[in-house]
Ligand binder design. Structure first.
Ligand code: GLU
Length: 853
């Protein structure tokens, strides 16, 4: 007896012994490729049933009529069909399901369902409403401000309704950006991905068939989206865990969800038993669901279909719904030891009890969190804070941070070493600050200078992901905060006004009173004064009108007298030029003519001097009296400017203050432009503009730095606002918290202060300035001090002359009276010091008595 004959005999014997009910299960699908292991059904079906070989029918999505006929034929063939297993899509199976419902035939499907189910349909695929809720909860837990939803089919978008509602979720944030884009049906999605690159959002939800995921990610890598540390991708496919992602070279965070854990021993055991050709982590969701569908069908047949079969109420039944099946639909039915859960509950035919695991694709062994349908609004984190930090640290350490910056002291200088490479090409405050942060965060970095060394390009570098950090005098502004993130501030400042100390008073000049006339003019005036005196002396000796009688009342006087000697003329010319006049005046016409011309000359010179002096003082006053921004705004003589396209310009252009608006309009319309490319150019312009006619709006930190080095600069008035510098980062960068923690540490341990001291004061590249003397409006000692000095010198000179005359007189008396010189000196000194003696005896006065002859 061969094997076949023995099997037949066994079946016959069994058939006689136990009257088994023959039953059949049909599989309706759109293709034959579905791998179903019917053994699961055979092994779980009750002993009372004899399962006939299952039939597989391929249905056409568009041909409802033939699908219906196929089912009726199958039913009427032998009346043994007890359940239908459906793997067709919703559209293709809708007709089938309604017929099954009409015939009270259980229809078990493994496809995603969104609509209401027929009364005899049982779906093992997680309920789409709940699944959408789960995805929304998970995305909410990621704390994303915005995301891009890349979807493949409209159906997928419908299933993500809850996720789309997240737009209204975060009420305290100005806006939660959600960008929705459909994937190209073709294989090339590079264009779509490139368009994402230009957006500030780097959180992507990819909703597509598992077969397309690898190809799309590869294209994302090609267009440089995945090179970005801050990019996060969430894959909605429940099969994404079956992909081997090692082909991707990325630091981006890719997460997905799965319905079962392929690493669980019980799962692996069942897979080994029923699907030995597939490794557990390659088991697709559909395979697992089909496995569980077998269990469900077996359970339905064992418990419910017995009744149906006994009642024989198939096509010809007048009853619409079988009581038992209806009941099964209403109560919660559970299957045990499925591949997609140890206990699978179905209520109203839906699978609305299930768990999800959230995994990072590069670490699939350990889920980062789980979601449970019992608490749909929460997720349970599976990694504690330390583990999460360790994971982030691992990612940070393996990334070389690109730091965008700009050259500008004291933040960053270009090294003078011609052979310097890498970061050694630069040094300065920013470099030191990042060095400290890098030590704290254990990261490596590379400085790059932004294009054109321009401030606006720093933000673009971050938005377009050319850099991970931006560090320099990078001001935190509301406009920038819309497109990038900032660390907590590392320096506080405000807008100030930089101006040059007036040229006229820039040096504290004691001889300022000489300034109205040039040195040549002074020389000519005094030389002329001497020459005129000499000329007049000779003219006066010749002029008869200048010879007068010493005793006009005495007609017998023998001699005439001429009062004009050189001394008197010098006195006269000096009295004229200083507009003081003189006690003696010339009498002769010739000397009077010369005097008249000299007076005219003196008039012109002294008026010019006074006018020039007044002009000098007025000009100093004009510039010096700009003491605040209001005064600067009111006048038009001194122009003012700022760095073009940077935060100070943004402050003025967006200000509601009428003064600042007016100043901004003035600045915009000024020709030539008052804007500068950077602070260094602004400072240079302030210094080089004559008569201090240019002021520059600059941040106080920069002003502080310049005042330390350029002594003829000053700061005008108070600060216009108050803001800070921060380290720029792409929006929602994963390392934001780590950078903040590092900045905080540096602030707390005083390192920030030390660095500022180092680069502002110690590393000065020059000599310190003396303390700035604030000039005042009044004529200061600085201006008139020289006059005092002249007076003191004059007094000293006169005193010396008097002393010499005194000594000469002592000598004359000692010779005439024949008394020793020392004794005479003692007696004369005693007499001079005795201030109460008013009379002096005439000792000898030959000289006084002698005639001019
Ligand atoms: N620190 C400014 C910025 O970040 C540039 C200088 C300025 O605007 O005064 O834009």
């Amino acid at each position: 007896m061969n094997l076949l004959e023995s099997c037949l005999l066994l079946v016959l014997v069994r058939g006689f012994c136990f009257a088994k009910t023959s039953i059949r299960v049909a599989h309706y699908g759109e293709d034959v490729s579905t791998s179903i292991n019917w053994n699961v059904l055979y092994e779980n079906i009750g002993k009372d049933f004899d399962l006939l070989p299952p039939e597989t029918r391929i249905i056409n999505k568009r041909d409802f009529l033939s699908t219906t006929r196929m089912l009726y034929d199958s039913m009427s063939q032998d009346g043994k069909l007890v359940a239908v297993l459906g793997t067709a899509s919703v559209i293709a199976s809708s007709n089938l399901e309604s017929v099954c419902s009409h015939l009270c035939l259980p229809y078990v499907t493994v496809k995603k369902r969104s609509k209401n189910l027929h009364s005899s349909t049982f779906s093992l695929y997680p309920d789409s409403g709940l699944l959408s809720k789960a995805q929304a909860t998970i995305i909410k837990s990621f704390d994303w401000d915005g995301f891009i939803l890349l979807y493949e089919e409209d159906d997928g978008l419908l299933n993500l309704q809850e996720v789309l509602k997240l737009q209204n979720y975060n009420k305290d944030k100005p806006k939660n950006n959600i960008l929705i884009k459909q994937l190209d049906p073709g294989w090339d999605n590079r264009e779509v991905l490139k368009s994402l690159k230009n957006s500030t959002i780097r959180r992507i939800i990819l909703d597509c068939n598992v077969e397309r995921i690898s190809e799309i990610l590869m294209q994302a890598e090609e267009v440089d989206i995945l090179s970005d540390f801050s990019t996060s991708i969430f894959l909605t496919s429940l099969d994404a865990h079956t992909i081997d992602f090692t082909f991707l070279n990325t630091l981006s965070n890719i997460t997905t969800i799965r319905l079962f854990n392929p690493n669980e021993p019980s799962f692996q055991y069942r897979v080994l038993a029923y699907y030995p050709d597939i490794t557990p982590n390659q088991i697709k969701l559909e395979t697992a669901l089909l496995h569980d569908a077998m269990l469900l069908i077996a359970m339905l047949i064992n418990t419910v279909n017995g009744d149906i079969i006994n009642q024989k109420n198939y096509c010809n039944s007048t009853k619409k719904f079988d009581q038992s099946l209806e009941l099964a639909h209403k109560i919660r039915i559970s299957i045990h030891d499925g591949l997609t859960g140890s206990q699978i509950d179905l209520h109203s035919g839906r699978r609305n009890r299930f768990n999800l695991e959230i995994i990072e694709v590069n670490k699939p062994h350990k889920p980062i969190a789980t979601w449970n349908s019992k608490f749909p609004d929460t997720i349970n984190l599976k990694r504690n804070a330390t583990e999460r930090e360790a994971e982030l640290q691992r990612r940070l350490s393996s990334h070389n941070f690109i730091v965008t910056s700009r050259i500008g002291g004291p933040y960053l200088y270009q090294s003078k070493e011609p052979d310097a490479i890498g970061n050694a090409r630069y040094y300065g405050y920013s470099m030191d600050l990042l060095k400290e942060i890098a030590i704290l965060m254990n990261i490596s970095y590379e400085f790059r200078i932004t294009e054109g060394n321009l401030y606006p390009n720093l933000a673009s570098d971050l938005v377009e992901r050319r850099a991970d950090l931006a560090i320099c005098d990078f001001t935190i502004t509301p406009q920038r905060q819309e497109i990038i993130d900032f660390s907590m501030p590392f320096m506080n400042l405000g807008i100030g006004i930089l101006h040059k100390v007036s040229d006229e008073i820039e040096v504290d000049n004691l001889y300022g009173f000489l300034k109205p006339l040039s040195w040549a003019v002074w020389f000519y005036i005094w030389t002329l004064n001497l020459i005129i005196s000499l000329v007049m002396f000779f003219v006066a000796r010749l002029a008869p009108g200048e010879w007068k009688s010493p005793k006009p009342w005495d007609p017998n006087v023998k001699e005439l007298e001429n009062i004009w000697d050189i001394k008197n003329f010098l006195w006269l010319t000096l009295g004229s030029i200083t507009t003081q006049g003189c006690d003696i005046l010339p009498k002769a016409p010739s000397t009077r003519i010369i005097s008249a011309f000299w007076w005219f000359f003196s008039l012109i010179i002294s008026s010019s001097y006074i006018a020039n002096m007044a002009a000098f003082l007025t000009m100093s006053k004009n510039v010096e009296t700009i003491d605040n921004v209001e005064e600067l705004g009111k006048q038009s003589k001194v122009k003012y400017g700022l760095v073009e396209g940077a935060s100070t310009a943004a402050f003025f252009s967006t200000s509601n203050n009428s003064l600042y608006q007016k100043m901004w309009n003035n600045m915009k319309n000024e020709k030539p432009s008052v804007f500068e490319k950077d602070n260094a150019n602004g400072v240079e312009r302030v210094l080089s503009t004559k008569n201090s006619l240019y002021a520059f709006f600059m941040e106080s930190t920069g002003i502080e730095y310049e005042l330390e080095r350029k002594c003829n600069l000053r700061k005008i008035g108070n600060l216009l606002d108050s803001k800070s510098y921060g380290i720029g980062m792409p929006m929602n960068a994963d390392y934001r918290d780590s950078i903040n923690a590092a900045v905080l540490t540096l602030q707390e341990n005083g390192r920030l202060g030390e660095l500022k001291e180092k680069w502002w004061k110690l590393e000065r590249h020059g000599n310190p300035c003396p303390p700035v003397v604030q000039p005042s409006d009044a004529l200061s000692l600085g201006n008139v001090g020289g006059v005092f000095i002249v007076l003191v010198v004059g007094i000293a000179f006169a005193y010396c002359l008097a002393a010499l005359q005194f000594l000469w007189n002592v000598r004359r008396v000692s010779v005439e009276e024949k008394i020793p010189y020392a004794e005479t000196l003692k007696a004369e000194l005693r007499f001079a010091c005795n201030i109460f003696l008013k009379k002096k005896a005439v000792k000898s006065n030959k000289s006084e008595k002698s005639s001019p002859n």
